[in-house]
Design a protein around this ligand. Structure first.
Ligand code: FAD
Length: 265
């Protein structure tokens, strides 16, 4: 039984506690399954850290941590980095420098009605939606980083991260197929936001009613009419999305100004 108290939250907001918990889990749990980072794995991890350091909103402790991690990774001439060295940096060296990441998982918008539901996968989707919206707001933020900046840098980094590190391998395969089939159609930061939204809805449709579905948060097409009425339209009796309004809604929902620090450390 989950002893944590329920945290009241507002579905029309995004919580920094979820984003911080995503990074906590990613750095301290998911990555720990890989004792040595080398070759492609090391490159994928470096690119992820660079992306987050440039696009994570707010400029607080998380950005400092990711910048320090990024500088450190890029300055090392090593081809192989033991995971323990990354952990030591995150846990100890940065603490001395006054930069640290929360020590516990604290799900808010991503809390599940019982343990094992929602949590990390929910927060990872949330993080990448936020990053697509930040990239759209600051299209030059990735200049001179060495990332493939042409059309869809956030999707490229997400694709490589999910394929290489995400614990659910079946999810990685599905996502890889979707990106491989569709990423060439993404030509702008706005299209990148919409592509990820649409792909997430496809996954929602596939998973509706499955075992991973939390009864308190059943998988559904998102945003619901109560979150965004103007996103929904009907044409000849058939539901269609108003994509201009969906993009407008996503730009607001996942923007820095809609992030709530409630429950964050
Ligand atoms: P999630 O789907 O995780 O959504 C989190 C939050 O994002 C929602 O609460 C809502 O606020 C918002 N949201 C919902 N839909 C959208 C949207 N379309 N656009 C923007 N925001 C939205 N699980 C599997 O069993 N099989 C898979 O193949 C699979 N593939 C995955 C691929 C990826 C890349 C990721 C990150 C996860 C995948 N998962 C898969 C996990 C699954 O998608 C859910 O994350 C998990 O079941 C938890 O669901 P949830 O109810 O918290 O909502």
């Amino acid at each position: 039984q989950d002893s944590e108290p329920w945290r009241d939250f507002n579905r029309s907001q995004v919580y920094t506690a979820d984003l911080e918990s995503a990074l906590h889990y990613l750095l301290r749990v998911e990555l720990a399954a890989h004792s040595m980072l080398e070759g492609e794995k090391l490159k994928v991890f470096k690119d992820f850290v660079t992306l987050v350091s440039k696009l994570y909103p707010g400029g607080g402790s998380v950005v400092k941590l990711m910048e320090t991690l990024s500088d450190w990774l890029l300055s090392l001439p090593l081809q192989r980095i033991p995971y323990q060295a990354v952990l030591d940096l995150v846990n100890n060296k940065m603490r001395i420098a006054g930069v640290f990441l929360g020590e516990e998982l604290r799900w808010v918008g991503c809390q599940g009605s019982r343990p094992g539901l929602r949590g990390y996968p929910c927060s990872l989707w949330t993080l990448f939606h936020v990053l697509t919206v930040q990239h759209d707001a600051m299209p030059n933020a990735l200049d001179n980083t060495g990332l493939e900046v042409e059309a869809a840098p956030v999707l490229q980094v997400m694709r490589h991260y999910i394929r290489t590190f995400f614990g659910c391998q079946e999810c990685g395969q599905h996502f890889e197929q979707a990106v491989a089939a569709g990423i060439h159609e993404v030509k702008s930061p706005g299209e990148q936001i919409l592509w990820l939204w649409n792909q997430h809805n496809r996954v929602n449709a596939r998973l509706a009613g499955s075992l991973s579905d939390d009864p308190l948060f059943p998988k559904a097409q998102w945003p619901s009419p109560s979150l965004c009425a103007s996103c929904h339209e009907e044409q000849n009796g058939v539901h269609v999305w108003n994509l201009d309004n969906v993009l407008h809604f996503l730009r607001h929902h996942y923007s820095a100004s809609n992030l709530s620090p409630k429950y964050s450390l």
